[in-house]
Design a protein around this ligand. Sequence first.
Ligand code: NAG
Ligand code: NAG
Ligand code: NAG
Ligand code: NAG
Ligand code: NAG
Ligand code: NAG
Ligand code: NAG
Ligand code: NAG
Ligand code: NAG
Ligand code: NAG
Ligand code: NAG
Length: 453
Amino acid sequence: MLVALLLLLALSNAVKTYGQEGEGQCDLKPTLDPRPHSVSIKEFGAVGDGKTLNTIAFQNAIFYLKSFADKGGAQLYVPPGKWLTGSFNLTSHLTLFLEKGAVIIGSQDPSHWEVVEPLPSYGRGTEVPGGRYQSLINGYMLHNVVITGNNGTIDGMGPVWWERFTSNSLNHSRPHLVEFIASDYVVVSNLTFLNAPAYSIHPVYCSYVHIQNVSISAPPESPYTVGIVPDSSDGVCIEDCTIVMGYDAIGLKSGWDEYGIAYGRPTANVHIRHANLKATSGACLAFGSDMSGGISNILVDHVHLYNSHSGIEFRTTRGRGGYMKEIVISDVEMENIYVAFAATGHCGSHPDDRFDPNALPYLNQITLQDVSGTNITIAGNLTGIQEAPFTNICLSNITLSINSASPISWECSNVSGFSESVLPEPCPDLKNSSNSSSSCFSLLGQIGKTAVL
Ligand SMILES: *[C@@H]1O[C@H](CO)[C@@H](O)[C@H](O)[C@H]1NC(C)=O
Ligand SMILES: *[C@@H]1O[C@H](CO)[C@@H](O)[C@H](O)[C@H]1NC(C)=O
Ligand SMILES: *[C@@H]1O[C@H](CO)[C@@H](O)[C@H](O)[C@H]1NC(C)=O
Ligand SMILES: *[C@@H]1O[C@H](CO)[C@@H](O)[C@H](O)[C@H]1NC(C)=O
Ligand SMILES: *[C@@H]1O[C@H](CO)[C@@H](O)[C@H](O)[C@H]1NC(C)=O
Ligand SMILES: *[C@@H]1O[C@H](CO)[C@@H](O)[C@H](O)[C@H]1NC(C)=O
Ligand SMILES: *[C@@H]1O[C@H](CO)[C@@H](O)[C@H](O)[C@H]1NC(C)=O
Ligand SMILES: *[C@@H]1O[C@H](CO)[C@@H](O)[C@H](O)[C@H]1NC(C)=O
Ligand SMILES: *[C@@H]1O[C@H](CO)[C@@H](O)[C@H](O)[C@H]1NC(C)=O
Ligand SMILES: *[C@@H]1O[C@H](CO)[C@@H](O)[C@H](O)[C@H]1NC(C)=O
Ligand SMILES: *[C@@H]1O[C@H](CO)[C@@H](O)[C@H](O)[C@H]1NC(C)=O
């Protein structure tokens, strides 16, 4: 018992170092050198009246700016106005700058959105089999790209897409607002994102992505809208963000069943801090359910989660394979949340019937600490998989005030772990006082080393 206590003290100190903001991915500040060349979208014939379609103007401007890639890059300036467009592609060494009062508006006509191949780690469109609509703003195999501004706005005109989704009239899976594929050194900052058709910002197969000071929203009833989705990407920082969505606020993913297993690219070294998150029907912080390439080395601190169905949720199912491990979440404030922590091994559908039911997902070494919550209905609902129980769930210094609507404060099955100073008292499965505290401790050591890479 004494050993456990000493280890716990060491554990708290290790995380305090993170609390002092010295060692996560977010401490690697990107350098934003000014671009030597800048052109306005108006020079390419764009009209900011909210009616003229400007897709060609964006495509031509970016084609022109390609020639500055080896001359320090260039900026495409978007002045105040309402700039209607279909989907377009960015280029390397480009800064897209949206002035205050500039709104890029996505066309509501699906024919203005290019249809592209499905992502190889998903094998098909996630909503409709086959191809998918390309995102409004797309980056493919790029380096050093910045989307920023003085609080300009990117508006996806979501309602028409949500209606098509709900009425099953989509011909292809819904598009996202901004997607980067296989790109690195990407910055998205100082902007507002509204009404994404599906996801708002989707980095997939990317490295070194810094998302700072963005405000993202979609109404509570918008179906399966998500704020930021780091997907098979590493070296990601998300900080100083406010995200209010219909489904999940931040969702970490890495591919779907046999396609994700074959592609084999994890989401790793992600740091999320100083975020205000609201997720009406899903989770403020969601892990999975598409996690077949693995999710590890995730650090979350100083987050405020409110008015949501779940605070923090881990989702997976048989057939996924992959893992979710080495995840440390600390300094969390929650209010008005139905279930504070959830983990389920029975969530999500399959891309087709070729998935392998014996591909079991592993969930191990998840630490949650320094959490306070008010008006919580269920403290924790952790349901593992019988053949692959969730292990080393480490809970420490957690105080949740449970409301009178609560049917039960903790529900656990096929899960094991360690807890210390947790109120309400967790299920016996999480009270193992043998060596699981040392697993929690070794986890912190490992993340401490990798998070600074
Ligand atoms: C945009 O990039 C995608 C790859 O993500 C490509 O399939 C598409 O053809 C490009 N569109 C244009 C107009 O270049
Ligand atoms: C956040 O962005 C707004 C404009 O969008 C700007 O006024 C503010 O200074 C930025 N804050 C930080 C910390 O960068
Ligand atoms: C940014 O713009 C949005 C509207 O597009 C507005 O609601 C918000 O208050 C603005 N934020 C700042 C910091 O100016
Ligand atoms: C789907 O495709 C059909 C046939 O091409 C077309 O009539 C319909 O308008 C399309 N629907 C949408 C929402 O794009
Ligand atoms: C955001 O805007 C603020 C205020 O203009 C500026 O100081 C900061 O460098 C910007 N941050 C990024 C990452 O673009
Ligand atoms: C408590 O949270 C629930 C949502 O879980 C919400 O409906 C209710 O209004 C909240 N109560 C108070 C007093 O804020
Ligand atoms: C806990 O989650 C499981 C599904 O993972 C669900 O069947 C069960 O009803 C939940 N328990 C409570 C009390 O909500
Ligand atoms: C416990 O967590 C609270 C935040 O919920 C924090 O203020 C406090 O310092 C933590 N206590 C210890 C001993 O770390
Ligand atoms: C594990 O889950 C199965 C259902 O998947 C259940 O029948 C069994 O009782 C659970 N085992 C424990 C120890 O909770
Ligand atoms: C607990 O850890 C100690 C030191 O690492 C080790 O010697 C001992 O065998 C472990 N006990 C169990 C039950 O795993
Ligand atoms: C307690 O933890 C130890 C070491 O992690 C593990 O071997 C043992 O199975 C756990 N006991 C229970 C009841 O989960």
